[in-house]
Ligand binder design. Sequence first.
Ligand code: F6P
Length: 353
Amino acid sequence: MTSVARMRVGVLTGGGDCPGLNAVIRALVRRGVKDYGYEFVGLRDGWRGPLEGDTIPLDVSAVRGILPRGGTILGTSRTNPLAEGAAEDGRSGAERVRDNLAALGVNALVAIGGEDTLGVAAHLGDWGVQVVGIPKTIDNDLGATDYTFGFDTAVNIAMEAIDRLHTTAESHHRALIVEVMGRNAGWIALHAGMAAGASVILIPERPFSVEQVCSYVKRRFQTRYAPIVVVAEGARLQQDNAWLTDQPRDEFGHVRLGGIGQFLADEIEKRTGKEARATVLGHIQRGGTPTAFDRVLATRFGLEAIDAVKDGDFGKMVALRGTQVVRVPLIEAIRELKRVPPERYAEAEVFFG
Ligand code: F6P
């Protein structure tokens, strides 16, 4: 059994970055050093760090001033050690991670990430790696937690953009289409669209018909106001998704989404005779300083995670349930993505037309 009195904690951030990552790292390190006397090792670029033994110093001075900063001081990547082929010496990716952590004297690991990063974390438990997970994604689609940090910031950025688009859309009598992030779940589209009074909100959970969208657009023009259509990048048509074929993939095989906004603008213009333009918010939603909500949530997650390390409570993920930060089994967190449930579609429909 590891002695918790001489703990050396590795920390990594994996997957897409999001506002609040630095706030988590700061909370972990400050409480870990000051209250428990732990040492920390930063692992660079997600799972690539422990896979290759690439580290960065992580102490109280390294985390000074980072609370409001976006991104992650540790760097990130989508490297998946479980998908790596065997090394020349025959060791698998998981074995290399385990061995490199042991060589670094790391006896507990805090993995901050989304579904993919935490999936690896859950699996590494079987290899004797003592891990605590912290959920992160602007998409807010991780199961077992009511909210992930980064989501509130992304929603606020999208809301502000939509507010601005309203005035220019009305001046020019145009339909404006706003494409927001949301690969598998439409939380950002739903919340930003509701907060900013969009005319139509399209989410991956509810395939849509272009005809119906065009009828809402026409109806909105009849009121002499201009329609704003918010569409999640992962939204799909009820029929004929042929335009999706041959979407590019990133180096880790993930489909690089994007293009539905322009597709819709073209269709709306063709079918309604009204001018339609698309705006893609893209990575602006992920960059920059976190909101107060995300800073507080990220800090609370960091504090709870390092307490879990102190308690030897591994194989857990910290989560928000109501207003409480709790610990749940990592395996539960990655079992199922949290999609927008049907009862929330109706709230979006209030804004249709
Ligand atoms: O997972 C969060 C997310 O923001 C998705 O909504 C989006 O599809 C993806 O990241 C984009 O990732 P990348 O920056 O790697 O292309």
